[in-house]
Structures are given as structure tokens and as C-alpha cells.
Design a protein around this ligand. Structure first.
Ligand code: OXD
Ligand code: MN
Length: 599
């Protein structure tokens, strides 16, 4: 067997024993421990370029930046092949794919056997959350992909200090990745929540293989959170600074590709900038939330970088994200501009490169190409420190105190611009009944409305009814004056001609301002069948002349009872999929109240 102990960065027996088992199975030629040094990272970058796995971009314009192309069949998360392998099927619940763990381990071992022959095993020790933070957790990922190593170095805190912090402890998450033949028929992303284990085979696309992200920080962590009394959520975290006042933090959950990264890095509209408002980004995708000693909920972003969707990111939609990608970034499946060796994607600007290579590796004239130059789910992996609005609290080991939780989705009709829940349990009901029109972030049909409670449908590592119960139970531990207030927003409402009714982007701060004012009891609201809505005069539309009027605002704030009655039926049908003994009584009561309010 290949030697992996003489250069080991740890003596932790639980890690070495597991590695021995994996090494016996996959038979690598070599084992490389990732130590977190720049020198080792640079060697790996050079090696990836020498094999063609990555392309070095123009180092004057994009220092430390590289381009990678995945196999054309491997461009998004594969939800149908993502499994929760709990011992009891019912513990995975009706919204997850399930496989018996014994069967899954055997199947995965058979697929991965000897697949590292002639290859290197990289051992990545990483921390989700600031190293040593009381809210952080440690993982080890074994992979045969340099691309995975280099992405993990951006997305998480990687290095020997993680192993030093872990010491002899067995409290860490096993992550095993094997690229195999990138065969879509044998592609599986398996979580074993009861064993703190993740196994991913036959993919090399980010969301399937950067095991710290969705697999650990959401699927495994949500299960850990249930058992340990905290929450792992698919939420951004932002701080709103109003001059002279303390910064208020908000967590927000939206289904994939609903503009989470844009909201997390929002640029205030001119009139707000003049008054000195600032928005700080703590995280753009995942929050780990726990009650602090003062009884409030505190959140950290367990990640260290942004794995953002490139198309649609531009100097207007998200200048902060764009700035974050200008150094030390890995681009995946975007187009290459051969004239200056930089990258391009749809809507970066109106000037596609003529001399281009599209995301599939085909040379083309970008101006004449009939197919997109960049894949719709092409990505940038950018270090968080690059972001001009990264929060000074980004590395705070204790996290930031949360004032509001915001849910949202894409609903062309129905949901008003914003409304507030009557209380915590009503907020949980709103989160549990979230729905959105699907996008390209996952494989499958685009534009279909699907229920996506708390934006966690693809990411909850256990039975979703139990997850809702966990939300209800967390609420019981919070004093009403300390619990975050819960809201729902919809930036995507359309008029009868199909035009968006709200400008979105930076102007969403106007809605956040109302949300914060509600948290501080500084503004009233109208009580409706679905919750508290702003009075149209309480949303600031100064500077939006021509785009939004009091009348148009009133119509984005309207609650159409017949559409909501349809919605209540949809929620009822969705709830019927769950074991009624597991579905919290509180949610059944909330649904009954909604139906009653709509009479
Ligand atoms: C993501 C997703 O990549 O939610 O963040 O799909
Ligand atoms: Mn996400």
C-alpha cells in the first residue's frame, strides 16, 4: 500500500484508519496532504495547467485566476442522484431520495474500487467556519481532483492548522470523492447523516464535489443541528448599516439562482448612499445559526468564498461580486476570450468576444454564436476577502446577531413584494410553504413552480417534517422579544403584460428598510389574511420616479384572495405528502388559520 503515514500532517487515529480503508479500496499511486501553504497551492495550479485541467488566464488583468471546463454532461447538481442514506427510509422523508446505507456503501465501493490507480489522492483538512470557532465544524475530503483541491482552498479554511485544532478528536466529517469516469449513469452524491459521511462519485462539478458546501454545510449539518440544537440553513447573511445606528443583520433564504448573491452584496440606491447607508456581506449561501448567551440567534457563514453563478453578474447587477472575481478566482464553464486571455459570460457586457472559445471548448465567433458562450450555470469561485463589501465581522467566531429572517422565491403572481408573519410559528409556516419557479442551477425543467420550503428541498439531510418541528422547537426556546422577526419577499412579481413590477437589485434595500423598521417597532402595518403588509406609503420610493408609483406599489402589495385560496390548496396537497404524525400540529393549525382568513 502507498505510504501515507510518514508525511501525515496528523496522528489522529480516526482519520488515519479511515484513510487506510479508502486507500485500500481505490489504490492511489501517491497521497498528498494539503497543508494550506501558498507554495503548495501554486505547485498544484501549475500541475493543473500542465495537464490542461485548468487554463491560466491573463495574469495582468486577472492575477491568480484560472479557467476550468467540466465534462458537458457534468454541469450542475444532480438532485435525482443525490441520496440521503439514513438507516430508516422514513428518516430521509418524502422529499429526499433514499438508499439503505449498507446497499449504498457497497454500490459506491464497487464503483470507486481501484479508480485512483495511476492517480494521486489529495487529503484536504478543512474547517467550515473560522478555525476554532465554537460554531465551526471540521471535515476531511479525499479527492483525486486538483480542481476540487483548489476550489476547496477558496471555499473553506484549509490547512494543517485545522488538523492541529482537531487533535485526536473523532468529531469530524468524512468526505470521499472519486471522479471515476464522470459517467452520469454511475454518478451518486450520497450523505450518510448517522455516520457523518459523504461519498461522491463520477462527477467533477462544484456542487457535487466541493463536499464542504451543500453536502456537509447543509445536508449533514442540518441533521447535526437537529440533534445539537442549532440550525444549518440555505441563507445569505447581510448587515445593514444606517449612519449612527448599530448594524442590523438579516438572514435570507431563496431557492437557487433567485439573486441571493446579488442581495448579499447589494449596493444601496443613490439616495441611500448619500445618507451614508452601507450593506455588508457576511455570506451569500449558507448560515449556521445558534442561540447565543444573550438569548438572541447568532449566525456564521461557514464558507470562505463565493461559488456564484456567472451569467447575469455584471457591473450593474453586482459590481461587488464582479470585483471579487478579479483575482485568485477559478472560473468554471465560462467562455474564454482568445484576444486577451480573459473570460466572458452572457450579460457580462454587450460585447461578446469574436475570437472566443465557448464553455464546451469549441472555437467560435461570439457575436454570431447561436448557443450561449458560457453555460447558464457557469460559476466563479472567488475568495470572500476580495469582496469590497465583505463584512468586518466575516471572521467573527461568534457570528452576528440576527434581527430578521427573510424567505422568498420567484412568483410571477400571488406573493406580494413583502409581508411579515404574525409570529415565529406563522413564519415557519410561511417558510414551509415557500415555492418558486425553477432555474438552471440544477438539472431538470426550467420555469416550473415547485415547493421549496426554506429553500432546503435539495439540502435537508433528514425528514422535512422533522425539520419543521425543529424550527418550531427552536422558536420555543426564544423569548418573543429576542426571536428574529420572519418575513417573505417576492422581487419577481409581474404585471399582466409580463413585466417585472419591482426594479429589484439595490432597490431591494427599500424593502429591507421596512423590515428593519418593523423589527424595531418603528413602523405600522396593515393586517391581512396572510400576515402584516406595509402600507404603500411606508415603502420609500424616493428616486424611483417613473419606475414605481404609489399605485403600482399598491398593486405589488395586493393580496388576491382567490389566488391565495388556490395557494392554500397547493400547500395542503404538499403537506399531504408527509406522514401526518410527523407534520407539526402548529403547521396544520397555521394552514387552518390561513384558510379561515381567506373565507
Ligand atoms: C448553489 C445552489 O449553487 O443553491 O448555491 O444551487
Ligand atoms: Mn445555494
Amino acid at each position: 500500500m502507498v505510504d501515507f503515514k510518514s508525511n501525515a500532517l496528523t496522528a489522529n487515529k480516526s482519520i488515519l484508519d479511515w484513510m487506510e480503508d479508502r486507500i485500500n479500496l481505490v489504490n492511489p499511486d501517491k497521497v498528498v496532504w494539503i497543508d494550506g501553504s501558498d507554495a503548495q497551492r501554486d505547485e498544484l495550479r501549475a500541475e493543473a495547467c500542465s495537464t490542461g485541467e485548468m487554463i491560466k488566464l491573463n495574469q495582468d488583468k486577472l492575477p491568480g485566476c484560472y479557467l476550468h471546463r467540466t465534462a458537458v454532461n457534468d454541469v450542475a447538481r444532480v438532485e435525482a442522484r443525490t441520496l440521503i442514506c439514513s438507516r430508516e427510509k422514513d428518516n430521509a422523508g418524502p422529499t429526499n431520495n433514499w438508499m439503505d446505507p449498507k446497499e449504498a456503501y457497497k454500490m459506491l465501493d464497487d464503483i470507486a474500487r481501484d479508480s485512483y490507480k495511476g492517480r494521486t489522492m489529495y487529503v484536504i483538512p478543512y474547517s467550515m467556519g473560522p478555525v476554532g470557532s465554537p460554531l465551526a465544524k471540521i471535515g476531511i475530503e479525499l479527492t483525486d481532483s486538483i480542481y476540487v483541491v483548489l476550489n476547496m482552498i477558496i471555499m473553506t479554511r484549509v490547512g494543517k492548522n485545522v488538523l492541529d485544532t482537531l487533535g485526536d478528536s473523532t468529531d469530524w466529517i468524512k468526505g470521499f470523492h472519486a471522479k471515476c469516469d464522470v459517467d452520469p449513469e454511475k454518478r451518486y452524491i450520497c450523505q450518510f447523516p448517522e455516520d457523518n459521511t459523504i461519498i461522491s462519485v463520477n462527477s467533477a462539478y462544484g456542487g457535487n464535489v466541493l463536499l464542504g458546501k451543500k453536502c456537509f454545510a447543509l445536508r449533514i449539518a442540518s441533521y447535526l443541528g437537529k440533534n445539537e440544537g442549532w440550525m444549518a440553513e440555505h441563507m445569505l447573511i447581510l448587515g445593514i448599516e444606517k449612519p449612527g445606528e448599530e448594524i442590523k443583520y438579516v438572514c435570507a433564504a431563496f431557492p437557487s439562482a433567485c439573486g441571493k448573491t446579488n442581495l448579499a452584496m447589494l449596493i444601496p440606491p443613490e439616495i441611500y448612499k448619500k445618507k451614508g447607508y452601507k450593506v455588508w456581506c457576511v455570506g451569500d449561501d449558507i448560515s449556521w445559526i445558534k442561540k447565543g448567551a444573550d438569548g438572541r440567534l447568532y449566525a456564521i457563514n461557514p464558507e470562505n468564498g463565493f461559488f456564484g453563478v456567472a451569467p447575469g453578474t455584471n457591473a450593474k447587477s453586482n459590481p461587488n461580486a464582479l470585483a471579487a472575481t478579479q483575482k485568485g478566482t477559478i472560473f468554471t464553464n465560462v467562455a474564454l476570450n482568445l484576444d486577451d486571455n480573459t473570460v466572458w459570460w452572457e450579460s457580462l457586457d454587450k460585447n461578446p468576444p469574436e475570437n472566443a472559445v465557448d464553455w464546451t471548448g469549441k472555437k467560435c465567433n461570439g457575436k454570431e454564436s447561436e448557443t450561449p458562450l458560457a453555460h447558464p450555470n457557469s460559476r466563479f469561485t472567488a475568495p470572500a476577502v476580495n469582496c469590497p463589501c465583505v463584512s468586518p465581522e466575516f471572521n467573527n467566531p461568534n457570528g452576528v446577531p440576527i434581527s430578521a429572517i427573510v424567505f422568498g422565491g420567484r412568483r410571477a403572481k400571488l406573493a406580494p413584494l413583502v409581508y411579515q408573519s404574525r409570529d415565529w410559528n406563522h413564519g415557519v409556516f410561511i417558510g414551509s410553504s415557500m415555492a418558486s419557479e425553477t432555474t438552471a442551477a440544477a438539472t431538470g425543467a426550467v420555469g416550473v413552480v415547485r415547493r421549496d420550503p426554506m429553500a432546503m428541498i435539495p439540502f435537508c439531510g433528514y425528514n422535512m417534517a422533522d425539520y419543521w418541528q425543529h424550527w418550531i422547537d427552536i422558536g420555543k426556546t426564544l423569548d418573543a422579544d429576542k426571536a428574529p422577526k420572519i418575513f417573505n419577499v417576492n422581487w419577481f412579481r409581474k404585471d399582466d403584460e409580463g413585466h417585472f413590477m419591482w426594479p429589484g437589485f439595490g432597490d431591494n434595500l427599500r424593502v429591507l428598510e421596512w423590515i428593519i423598521a418593523r423589527c424595531e417597532n418603528k413602523v405600522g402595518a396593515q393586517e391581512t389574511a396572510i400576515g402584516y403588509l406595509p402600507k404603500p406609503e411606508d415603502i420609500n420610493i424616493e428616486g424611483l420616479e417613473g419606475e414605481v408609483t404609489r399605485e403600482s406599489l399598491a398593486s405589488i402589495l395586493d393580496v388576491d384572495k382567490s389566488l391565495w385560496a388556490e395557494e392554500a390548496k397547493g400547500i395542503e396537497e404538499f403537506y399531504a405528502k408527509f406522514d401526518q404524525n410527523r407534520l407539526p400540529q402548529e403547521l396544520k393549525d397555521q394552514l387552518a388559520t390561513l384558510k379561515n382568513n381567506l373565507k
